[in-house]
Design a protein around this ligand. Sequence first.
Ligand code: ZN
Length: 166
Amino acid sequence: MQTKKVADTLPNSAIVENFDKYLNDNGKRRTPERSMILECALEFRKQFTVEDLIEAMSSKDFFVSQATIYNTVMLLVEAGVLRQFSVDNRSHYERADNVSFIHLKCEHCGKVKLVKDTNFMAYMKARKFPAFTTSYYNFTVYGICNDCARKIKQVKRSSNSKKTKK
Ligand SMILES: [Zn+2]
């Protein structure tokens, strides 16, 4: 079977071009601040929060007000550069051109891990739903993380040993 190699993401230049077109169409300009924020946001390969972005910006000595960062992130979502989704009622963002990730969520501590599953991607690409074209998926698998599993085991063990002492 032949598998086509799928690039993880679009080249950044293509994204900048699309963003410029969006700004133009909406009578907006790409200010130096917007360019810096876009550059930083595109460096995240996985999900991030606005706080992560603010931290990344200041580590590069890009000093832009938090309000500008928030507004620009909203603009990037509107322009289709970033995709917004909520994890534990907090907004997370990722490149809209990212290949889809599966979110593995621990039901105990709420931690979310992103994993890529190329088999599942290929399946979704091949799967035809009537009158629908899939562009991406945002899907969460619930379970238990190793840290929580270990803690639960320890609690069980200690309560068992207490019982035997009695
Ligand atoms: Zn957990």
